[in-house]
Design a binder for this molecule. Structure first.
Ligand code: FAD
Length: 412
């Protein structure tokens, strides 16, 4: 039995399987996953799940009956250890081998580990999988002093959840502002204030030098500044690393992820990659990038699935991301890298505003706090390459919908 084999049963892998099937791919489809659980939603792990507002069962994306109805075989708790391009087979850790005609690598990313002395102490945790989240939730229930290493999305979401649970939380961030690589300084400042108001201590421009323990358990975090923070739980959120080793060992080109074209195809015509593990040229970023977002994983998995079924529609979505912290919804559309102008729309003091980013007077990205309408409009404008003048963007009385009408006119 060969057909389509997919490594990884999360957003990208499942979408590739479904899109191939729905576009008429009739051969067997097998998804191999090393996690034990049915495919599940990852974003709530740092939010609702830690807060006890959703259960592990409610995280499940699709159940067995659904996969059976689509004739998709799901092999859980099975790890792929090698891709044999010559034999067109993958090898599993248990010694089994599976033939493939087409292969999708949707192996995602993993949490970057800390390498300072003491980083292996009990109580130093990471958050990537549902198993990590179950463990972290139990530890949060017992902990009183929590240090979060990293002021990125995961670190800040866990900080917000822990603060809501009444814990003493300190966030350590090496950069001079929060989310420095993802959002504008105005949003960084706004989120800093929100965390401080919630009782979180945020230390910027500081790194961790070592962790110290007692009886194998974390007790202190030693900072580069010489200060020490007492901690009975440390959560590390210092970024993700692409799971591209299988592809690299099989001789496929990797550069911060598996290099793919607009159909998710690697340099081997029958091997595709999608999601967090893939690196592609993105016209909105005007660069090669590796994105870590649900929307990207699904859309790129969709493009790969369609290509496998012979129905080619390139991946060309405007990048989108969201993060929930307290009652704040941060949304990002587009790619602000190399932007040269920013304007604010809305009221920062009311906690409802957007930052419009321009590159050579073209709208390239919008970051919003609690303004989903701006996001919807910006997504359509950026996708269509239609700009909104900075003056109009900054003018809250200007109706963005009128700019959207220009799209309809241009398309007609
Ligand atoms: P993954 O979801 O990483 O799945 C890859 C799967 O492949 C994993 O199950 C992995 O175990 C498996 N695998 C890897 N290697 C092998 C192998 N050799 N054999 C078999 N199986 C293998 N994104 C947002 O857009 N908004 C959010 O608010 C948001 N919040 C997040 C919160 C948390 C706590 C985390 C961890 C992520 C969050 N993300 C968020 C990011 C988002 O979840 C990822 O971008 C998305 O899951 C990527 O999907 P994927 O299918 O590419 O890979």
């Amino acid at each position: 039995m060969s057909g389509l084999v997919i490594i990884g049963a999360s957003y990208a892998g499942i979408q590739a399987a479904l899109s191939a099937r729905d576009a008429g791919y009739a051969e067997p489809v097998t998804v191999v996953a090393d996690e034990k659980s049915l495919p599940y939603q990852r974003p709530p792990l740092s939010k609702d799940f830690l807060l006890g507002e959703t259960s592990e069962q409610k995280l499940v994306l699709r159940d067995d009956a659904f996969f059976a109805s689509k004739r998709i075989d799901l092999l859980l708790d099975r790890r792929v250890v090698r891709i044999d391009r010559t034999a067109r087979q993958i090898a599993l850790a248990d010694g089994a081998r599976l033939d493939f005609d087409k292969l999708v690598i949707a192996s995602g990313s993993r949490a970057r580990r800390m390498s300072v002395p003491g980083a292996e102490l009990d109580g130093v945790c990471y958050l990537r999988s549902v198993a990590d989240a179950v463990d972290l939730k139990a530890r949060l229930g017992r902990a009183s002093e929590i240090v979060i290493v990293g002021g990125g999305f995961i670190g800040l979401e866990v900080a917000a959840s822990a603060a809501r649970l009444g814990r003493k939380v300190t966030v350590i961030e090496a950069a001079s502002r929060l989310l420095a690589r993802a959002v504008s300084p105005i949003i960084s400042r706004f989120l800093l204030d929100a965390h401080v108001q919630a009782g979180v201590e945020v230390r910027l421009g500081v790194s961790v030098a070592a962790m110290t323990g007692d009886g194998g358990r974390i007790t202190w975090v030693d900072l580069g500044s010489g200060d020490r923070l007492r901690a009975d739980l440390v959560v590390v959120g210092i970024g993700g690393i692409a799971n591209d080793e299988l592809a690299g060992a099989a001789g496929l080109k990797c550069s911060n992820g598996i290099v793919v074209d607009e159909h998710g195809r690697t340099e081997a015509s029958d091997i595709y990659a999608a999601g967090d593990c893939a690196n592609h040229y993105n016209r909105f970023a005007q660069d090669w990038i590796r994105l870590e977002s649900v929307q990207h994983a699904q859309d790129q998995g969709h493009a790969a699935g369609l290509a496998i079924a012979g129905s080619h529609a390139p991946y060309d979505s405007v990048p989108r991301f969201w993060s929930d912290q307290y009652d704040l919804k941060l949304q990002i559309v587009g790619h602000s890298g190399r932007g040269d102008q920013m304007v604010i729309r809305g009221a920062v003091e009311e906690g409802r505003f957007s930052v419009f980013h321009y590159r050579q007077e073209s709208l390239v990205a919008v970051d919003s706090i609690n303004r989903p309408g701006d996001q919807m409009a910006a997504r359509r404008l950026i996708a269509a390459g239609i700009s909104l003048s900075p003056a109009n963007a900054a003018d809250s009385s200007f109706d963005i919908k009128s700019a959207l009408k220009a799209i309809a006119t241009a398309v007609a």
